[in-house]
Design a protein around this ligand. Structure first.
Ligand SMILES: *Cc1c(COP(=O)(O)O)cnc(C)c1O
Length: 458
């Protein structure tokens, strides 16, 4: 012990606070050593303050010190990943974990995940098996492809495809498709990292078959088509269809389509989707597992067997492969989707199919005791899918709106609830979009809004 801690400023032992009954419940949330650090920092700061304030303030009592430590610990307890309620009006919010995993599927995969399983063991041949083999056949069946492959995310899928076929070679990409997706996934950068040379064709808004044809050299590895994902160009825009490109380009040059969102068919969008791209003769299509596909973070590659098996054999496949949890969830999801007699709906698809009137009813139910009190009301507001799907398309919906005295404080209040509620701020109003609020959470939202009313925030 140094002199300082032996001095009159020896406030309280770290261990005394750490073992206090009010602190113990936080072990599970933050871990004991992290809590010990917070206590140590708190005590250090108190000591420092005492040293510098020549006793003008009376020192805190032990109880007050423990309370202060608890306050500091509590303020960190929102740091671990935890459940939140998405009321932002963006259905698949990338910051909020994109598509939630189907709870039935989650239950189904628990047993095999908490026990040993046949991830890479072939029970029919009594020996080593191929990881994901059965899943790959399911995903191929689902999309109408010859074969499929799964990696950690779609960014990895694009990278691995480029690495396998285009290292040291040329990749033709239209200027309108050199996009950035989310934080830092830039098509030109990914190409460079994969050692491929970007050959730009066309302009931002126009690309023609002739542009593609003229760009082909003996060094062309592939044509890469990228879905613009999170933006949309309107007006004088012209791109050839995938089919027109496939028909015009020599068959030995693969066409790869980074579809992104995981949209299967025309029920959701008139744009090129996975099935139409494959039907057009596109050789490989890749997409995210947790956007419209509604399963789990993964990158799915579907397409021609000869190309898929080349990717499968690339040494980097070992670095990008998924584990049992992801693969088992995807497998159950694919089975569920293949078995559904009526058209299966993923999370986002299901929510979008709910009539706005039903959403309005839910919103009114939530504020039934608050309506016209303190400015709570239900207003018409549009929602979007998020997750890089259907950019710039807004669907009619409803939100609960109220005007707090101080927006920042009200947001903080919502964020610090037991299950944090993530609202959207619009000018001086807080909006809670109802579409993503589960029926089972209606009572919780009601209680929370009552707390808002009682907390002098309005
Ligand atoms: C979302 C998206 C990606 C990145 O996918 P992740 O699964 O987030 O890695 C790549 N390309 C397109 C077109 C996308 O929409």
């Amino acid at each position: 012990m140094n002199n300082k801690t032996n001095s009159k400023f020896n406030l309280i032992q770290v261990n005394t606070v750490l073992e206090h009954e009010s602190i113990k419940p936080y072990y599970k949330i933050l871990s004991r050593p992290i809590i010990a650090d917070i206590i140590r920092d708190t005590l250090e700061k108190l000591r420092h303050d005492l040293n510098n304030k020549d006793n003008s303030k009376s020192p805190l009592s032990k109880e007050e010190i423990i309370k202060l430590c608890e306050k500091n610990i509590k303020s960190k307890s929102n740091s671990p990943i935890k459940r939140v309620i998405n009321a932002t009006g963006t259905i698949m919010h990338t910051n909020l974990g994109r598509s939630p995993i189907d709870s039935e599927i989650w239950d189904e995969v628990k047993d095999l995940n908490i026990h040993s399983n046949n991830l890479e063991y072939n029970l029919n041949k009594e020996g080593r098996g191929l990881r994901g083999e059965f899943l790959y056949s399911l995903l191929a069946k689902l999309t109408g492809a010859e074969d499929s492959l799964v990696v950690n995310n779609n960014a990895a899928a694009v990278f691995l495809i480029l690495k396998t076929f285009a290292a040291g070679k040329e990749v033709i990409v239209s200027r309108g498709e050199q996009v950035q997706i989310g934080g830092g996934f830039r098509i030109p950068d990914i190409l460079r990292e994969a050692g491929a040379n970007l050959v730009e064709i066309g302009t931002t808004n126009i690309a023609t078959i002739k542009d593609y044809e003229e760009a082909i050299t003996e060094n062309t590895a592939m044509i890469l088509k990228v879905h613009s994902s999170n933006f949309r160009i309107r007006g004088f825009v012209k791109y050839p269809s995938l089919k027109n490109i496939r028909d015009a380009i020599p068959k030995n040059i693969p066409i790869v389509y980074d579809e992104g969102a995981g949209i299967f068919d025309e029920s959701l969008s008139e744009e090129e989707h996975i099935k139409s791209a494959l039907k057009s003769g596109v050789d490989l299509v890749c997409f995210s597992g947790d956007k419209m596909f509604s399963s789990v973070q993964a990158g799915v590659i579907v397409g021609k067997k000869e190309y898929i098996s080349k990717i499968y054999k690339h040494p980097l496949m070992r670095a990008f492969r998924c584990g049992k949890t992801v693969l088992s969830i995807l497998e159950k999801y694919a089975i569920k989707r293949l078995n559904s007699t009526e058209q299966f709906k993923g999370y986002c698809e299901r929510l979008l199919s709910i009539k706005p009137e039903i959403v309005k009813e839910k919103a009114l139910k939530i504020i039934e005791n608050l309506e016209n009190i303190k400015g709570f009301k239900v207003i018409e507001e549009t929602i979007e899918t998020g997750g890089g799907a259907m950019a710039d398309i807004f669907f009619p919906s409803y939100a609960i709106s109220f005007k707090p005295k101080d927006i920042k404080q009200a947001v903080k209040f919502l964020h610090n609830l037991e299950i944090p509620i993530i609202p959207k701020v619009k000018k001086d109003s807080i909006l809670l979009y109802v579409i993503t609020i589960d029926d089972n959470d209606i009572d919780y939202i009601k209680e929370s809004l009552n707390k808002v009313v009682q907390s002098n925030l309005l």
